[in-house]
Design a protein around this ligand. Structure first.
Ligand code: ADE
Length: 241
């Protein structure tokens, strides 16, 4: 998997993606990530990347030209490096909400180009010209697409082979199966008067798996009835088959 990020803040993205699990996976060659400065592609002397919105209104809009030229150059670099043409995703609050299912789809691609807006928005014409899709990370507005792109990069990369130390890692996690994750405990057996549930100390793997599944079901039912309903529908459909 190769992920390129086009942004006005490449250092910020680079910094985050150099740490911890993702940083290690890059060093070991399991994933490739590169961040690109959109401002380097401006054609005006002031290196301006934004302008007033036609029709008036608050704030500034990112202009089409620097984003377009940056993306065309990144696509060329990616293809020259032997990858498929990247799947181009614009990070916008108006995009399709990100889900684990979407992350799984994106993780199947050979390469992704994530484009980050800033200011009040991006000139719609460059989105029309380049975007395969627009993704939002939630129903709230960020000051820019960078944090959203980092969320996508992180959640997609952890699904790529080699990135997590144990391949079961992500299958057990919240959302992968459509359920929230069961509660986890580590040493000591008692902390501040709170004991680890007895069943986890029993060594009985089948009972532990059953308990965890029940916990996951109950948590999902009470905390996220929307997910629970979907899970139930899927389970019923499987039984019907
Ligand atoms: N840019 C601003 N807000 C955003 C959001 N919620 N998701 C993705 N990109 C954004």
């Amino acid at each position: 998997m190769r992920i390129d990020i086009a942004t006005l803040f490449p250092e910020m993205c680079e910094r985050v993606l150099s740490e911890s699990i993702i940083g290690r996976a890059r060093q070991r060659g399991y994933i490739e990530l590169a961040c690109h400065q959109i401002r380097d592609y401006t054609t005006n002397r002031q290196k301006q990347v934004d302008d007033y919105p036609y029709g008036g209104g608050p704030g500034m809009v990112m202009q089409a030209q620097p984003i377009y030229d940056c993306c065309v150059d990144v696509v060329r670099q990616v293809e020259e490096a032997g990858h498929a043409r990247p799947h181009v995703v614009f990070m916008t609050a108006a995009g399709t909400p990100l889900t684990e299912e979407k992350c799984k789809q994106l993780a199947q691609k050979d390469s992704l180009l994530l484009v980050c807006g800033h200011y009040e928005g991006i000139d719609e014409r460059v989105i029309e010209a380049l975007a395969d899709e627009e993704i939002s990370i939630g129903d709230y507005v960020l000051t820019g697409g960078e944090l959203a792109a980092l969320v996508v990069a992180d959640s997609v990369c952890r699904l790529c082979p080699g990135v997590l130390s144990s391949p079961e890692g992500y299958e057990e996690e919240s959302h992968y199966s459509g359920l929230l994750e069961y509660p986890q405990y580590s040493r000591p057996e008692e902390w501040n008067g709170r004991r680890v549930p007895e069943i986890l100390l029993s060594g009985h793997h089948a009972n532990i798996a059953k308990w965890r599944h029940e916990q996951a079901l109950e948590r999902t039912r009470t905390r996220r009835p929307d997910l629970y309903e979907k899970y139930e529908e899927k389970s019923m459909a499987k039984i019907d088959k």
